[in-house]
Design a protein around this ligand. Sequence first.
Ligand SMILES: [Zn+2]
Length: 183
Amino acid sequence: MSGAFETSTRVCEHPGCKEAGQYRAPKSPDILDDYFWFCREHVREYNLKWNFFNGSTEEEFQEQLDKDRVWERPTKPFKKGEEQRAWSRLGIKDPHEVLGAKATQNPGKSITGTRKLPPTERKALEILEAKDHWTRPEVRKQYKSLVKDLHPDMNGGNRADEDRLQEVVWAWDQIKVSRNFRD
Ligand SMILES: [Zn+2]
């Protein structure tokens, strides 16, 4: 991030912001000599978005998501109680109930479609607000757009969004490895 341009007489270009625009940021990766001018707070916000979405390659993006999944904490496998809590966050009291025969007979309200899918994948589609005839890239697009809205860089670390993001990431994990979706 470049330092403040004290002599700048511009106003921050963030919509509605009246602060002095003393910090500049390139408008796009292709146009590095054309700048937006922002106040300190908004240049920081812009740079976070830039790094996260515009400037990163597909691999970096995925890597970032993998890191976000554990909130930058070192990865460790779920302990038994934690796994239970992970399920309950998804609104599933007992994983065995969902995965057992009962669930297959009565898949519950099926807002996402009628195709025969494992309960975990059906739940994943609900979480992603996706339809079961979608291809994997279509689900992936939806997933990315949800992640974008829910990412802590975008919302100041809202706890509810954090939980929802973990659900969304869990859900995409199910679809990503599923054999039931066309690539
Ligand atoms: Zn501003």
